[in-house]
Design a protein around this ligand. Structure first.
Ligand SMILES: [Zn+2]
Length: 402
């Protein structure tokens, strides 16, 4: 088949660590000049020229001419071959599993979804395997080089185990073992927040920043921490559980069993709990009508919509959550002294109602030495960034283990 010949270039041509460094740089930053590759990697110009020659010959990258130039030498840039690998990605979300066929150049050629709202934990796993099977056999001749899985909750990425995923009910599910056993294709697993951090960092507007914390605030609170340009994983792959740092030792019980974790005080779950509790205590709110008096049916979206209409209770619970989020973000800034904190996840839909209160707390609690240099931004590009991030992780894995 013609397609097969152009796909899955033999990555063995990526010899040692210097070659891997060049491929990863061109993959993430290309089209890019040899001079810039040398600057970013610290390799000498002759080494970059030598390595890129080899990689061009192997079809892993190619030269790319810029159309316009004003005299002098036309700049020659290098560009990675997007077809150096094709992969299947499964994104296990709270309400659905989304599957993609995507290449090293982040080009999606096929996607499917399955609603998993009414499925138990075994059925979600079966749905994920069905989607992977369907995508692996979808386009004959386009060999799938790897499988990537994005999962919510803590993950032991090296072993590919989902330790605990509240939305699916998974506990210690050896995803890599199960998927590799069935498909015999190298499989990589990452938590959604770290995937988002990797994707935003390597492909977004933040890639020149060396120290950044990506905080995802949705039903839970997770994070991805970039330190000195690398994702920080910690000894047991458990770093970044900022959601389970305590902000009130007498606070409400968290999903982890402890009291007063940031997640229990400042997530969308906390937001809904606060609103529901206040209504049950007799406070009036537009939210009650939005859910036809069925107060247990309140979703974060109802609270944002009510706040939009000036509902006092909605604004107040958002303000309350914002203050604790401010405490959590202050702790993050005081500990890591990052250049950038990005807040993503569902809460971004209500960001305009939380920003002022949160920033007030941050200004008050962050040490001056850290406050002067940090930017705090809100980003709604979560899922797309996570997809880019898992592709990056898979490509790093393929290049490392070729
Ligand atoms: Zn907790």
């Amino acid at each position: 088949m013609l397609m097969a010949e152009t796909n899955n270039i033999n990555l063995k041509a990526v010899g040692g660590p210097n070659e891997a460094l060049v491929v990863n740089t061109v993959r993430r930053r290309g089209p890019i000049s040899r001079v810039d590759i040398a600057k970013l990697t610290g390799l000498t110009a002759p080494t970059v020229t030598n390595i890129s020659g080899k990689l061009i010959e192997a079809g892993i990258m190619s030269e790319y001419m810029i159309g316009e130039y004003s005299g002098g030498r036309r700049p020659v840039l290098l560009k990675a071959n997007p077809d150096m690998a094709k992969m299947v990605i499964a994104d296990i979300r709270s309400k659905e599993v989304a599957g993609y066929i995507i290449n090293a150049g982040l080009e999606i050629s096929k996607q499917i979804r399955k609603d998993t709202r009414h499925l138990d934990k075994d059925a979600v796993l079966a749905a994920m395997l069905d989607i992977i099977a369907a995508l692996c056999s979808a386009e004959e001749g386009e060999a799938v080089a790897a499988i990537g899985i994005i999962v919510r909750g803590p993950v032991r990425s090296a072993e590919g185990v989902s330790l605990f995923s509240p939305s699916t009910g998974w506990r210690n599910v050896p995803l890599k073992f199960i998927v590799e056993g069935q498909f015999h294709i190298p499989t990589f697993v990452e938590n959604d927040m770290r995937a988002m951090a990797l994707g935003s960092y390597h492909y977004g507007p933040y890639r020149d920043i060396r120290n950044a914390v990506f905080l995802g605030v949705g039903g839970g609170i997770g994070s991805g921490i970039i330190l000195n340009g690398e994702l920080y994983r910690g000894l047991g792959d458990s770093a970044g559980e900022i959601g389970h740092s305590a902000v009130d030792i007498d606070g409400p019980v968290c999903s982890c069993g402890n009291r007063g974790c940031l997640e229990a005080m400042a997530s969308e779950t906390a937001l809904v709990n606060l609103a529901v509790q206040a209504v049950k205590e007799g406070h009036t709110s537009l939210i009650t009508d939005m859910v036809n008096q069925d107060i247990e049916a309140v979703k974060p979206e109802h609270i944002y919509a009510a706040a939009e209409q000036g509902d006092g209770l909605a604004v107040e619970v958002l303000h309350n959550v914002a203050r604790y989020l401010g405490v959590g973000v202050s702790n993050v800034i005081n500990i890591f002294n990052p250049e950038l904190v990005i807040i993503g996840g569902g809460i971004t839909k209500g960001y305009k109602f939380i920003e002022d209160s949160m920033m007030e707390v941050i200004k008050q609690r962050v040490l001056e030495s850290c406050y002067a240099s940090v930017r705090i931004e809100c980003s709604a590009e979560g899922r797309a960034a996570a997809l880019n991030g898992i592709v990056d992780l898979v490509m790093q894995g393929l290049i490392l283990n070729k």
